[in-house]
Design a protein around this ligand. Sequence first.
Ligand code: FES
Ligand SMILES: [Fe+2]
Length: 414
Amino acid sequence: MNHPSEIQLSLTESAGLNTEAMPVSLYTDPAQYEIERERVFRRAWLKVGRVEQIPNRGDFFVKDIAVLKASVIIAHSEDGKIRAFHNVCAHRANIVEHRSRGNARRFVCRYHSWGYNNAGELAHVPDEPGFFHLNKKKCGLTPVSLDIWEGWIFINMAPEPEVSLKAFLGPIGDALAGIEYPSPEHALVLRGEFRANWKVVAENFSEAYHISSIHPKTLGPIYAGPLNPFSRPISANVHGAHRTMSTWLNPAAAPFANAKFAQWLFTADHSVTGTRKEGQTNPLIEHEAINPKKSELWASDVNWFFPNWHMQISANQFWTHEFWPTSASSTIWEARFYYKKAETVRERLQREHFTSHITDTMLEDLGNIESMQRGMESGAKSFVQFNESEILCRHGLEQVVKWSAATTVKDALG
Ligand code: FES
Ligand SMILES: [Fe+2]
């Protein structure tokens, strides 16, 4: 077929990726999962939150990272600095903080009440004279490396990270700098655990090829149309370990603005799929790296930061997905849709409408994710095939293979 001129062809080859089928064992082999724990998740910088989650001194949240069997406190300390620590007591290694978030001057281990200040220093030991050779200065909470890029909080679980966050992000960090995120302090969070490998879950949100097939009534009419029936992307770029893609908007989708289902997508102030109004401008649309081809027929961008974080952007909104492995074949998926807090009853109802529809749409995805994992584990197929439109999936998998083999992070990034 003739693709419209907006569509960039030969994405895979022009990005320098291979075009071969890829092994199913990457999603099913327990040995591969063990390698990914140490070589991917313990060495990569992992996005765990945004600064707006902990705006005040004493604010904290806890991130449990099952793939590394770790629990981490991210705290806004009294001195204004944001720090991360292992959530593990220096007395006899109990978990210290059991709340998922809050505000605390002290983290007190409930077992024997050792207390730590929110800079992680050991501040209180009951019956201190009863200990032998106790050096309180050496008994703080064990620090975890933390750095912040554009308001996004990253941690690195290596005892000493081999590269800085800046070096890890490389060109994607520069390209996506300076974005003015609308309403970053207010997110609708969707969360669930699914019986599928984390890469299967991440890949679902990284390609539009499935949209006309499994979302025919919801997303299909927006992302596909007679001009582009299989939702070929407008463009895709790989940036070191990371990757971006711009999805196409069906110009004939506008009439759906009056249809019932489309209200949640087309509500003027928080549409999800790039429903730019004629003449509309805002800092998101104008940013150079967003919709980099500045196509008129642009729906949204997928920015997939290695290994497990997506930041997606449309003309009016941004949203994120995280994919946290809990085993070789199970994953916690967390999505955050950011939009301004409802100020009127009408806006509140729009949010509820949006929530119920986005949940239904996600369920269309998630049922297929679990059955795909079952099919992979059956052993019937040794390889999976990737279409041009699935370039981000291919690049993601190639990077996992690269990091799994590389003895140093510099080699993995090289
Ligand atoms: S294990 Fe924490 S106070 Fe004893
Ligand atoms: Fe989908």
